[in-house]
Design a protein around this ligand. Sequence first.
Ligand code: AMP
Ligand code: ZN
Ligand code: FE
Ligand code: FE
Length: 297
Amino acid sequence: MDPMVDLHLHTTASDGLHSPSEVVAMCKRLGFSTIAITDHDTMCGVSEGMAAARGLGMVCVPGVEINAGGCPETHMLGYGVDREQPAMQALFQRMRRARVRRVERFLENLAGIGIHIDYDEIIADAGSEKSIGRPHIGHALVAHGYASDLSEAFGKYLAKSAKTYAPREKVCLTEAISTINKAGGVAVLAHPALLHYDLRTVENTLIYCKKLGLGGVECYHSRHDRETAGNYRRLAIKYDLLVTGGSDFHGGLPSRNLPPPSPGDGLKHFTDGDRCAALLIDEIERRRAALGMAPMF
Ligand code: AMP
Ligand code: ZN
Ligand code: FE
Ligand code: FE
């Protein structure tokens, strides 16, 4: 059965190549019923996405993917988050400033090897709430002919191994989870396979995060094979965590190391996506009610 649900999608609000409305329209064409927009460290694309989805008879869950610490970097998805909640707003603002500083550091490092790119070129609407990241620098490097494509730009200038690399400031895991919870959301550990841990260490991470308030695990992801997804699903059930799945779509051309080229990619084993999405939405509403917030859907 083709997937009907994709709970991990990026847009131009961060480093995706398509606007929230475009992503929603693509998902509609693919026949999806429920989706979630989960940009990095910002929710400035969710209003547009939710409105577009409503107009097309779909459900769009407001989400975010927080680039949390430590080593390896751990990504925490937040679903049903109230983006106006003061602690959440403060976290987004802090991350935005940190991202700007990081891009500036990259540009200084690039200037040090004779590559001059203007900050204004990285993002035209620099004052906006959009999250900037390495892919934005990568696209500028390609446009200037310093790399033939994004993958090469990463390899030569943006990867951790590159001389011009600048490290990221991260939110700690405790703060990421507690802030999502305070804002009425459900915290879900994103793509555990990308942590490159063995299964026992993933299990320990889940036990640790559950104590911090974790609500679910992204068992299905474009970089999880069938066996991996099954293992994570068993762990989710064992620790009473919600099961979710998402492609991590960013747009762009198919490539081995890049995020998938279409929403829904890599989710063919997520056959009960509708049921999992319904349980996630129930949990969001339950938490909102407990915090005295109005229903979201
Ligand atoms: P940042 O958040 O600024 O550290 O950038 C991370 C983002 O860069 C990821 O979400 C991916 O979308 C993208 N990315 C990571 N590695 C690569 C790569 N080798 N080639 C192209 N894009 C990449
Ligand atoms: Zn990304
Ligand atoms: Fe991620
Ligand atoms: Fe992502």
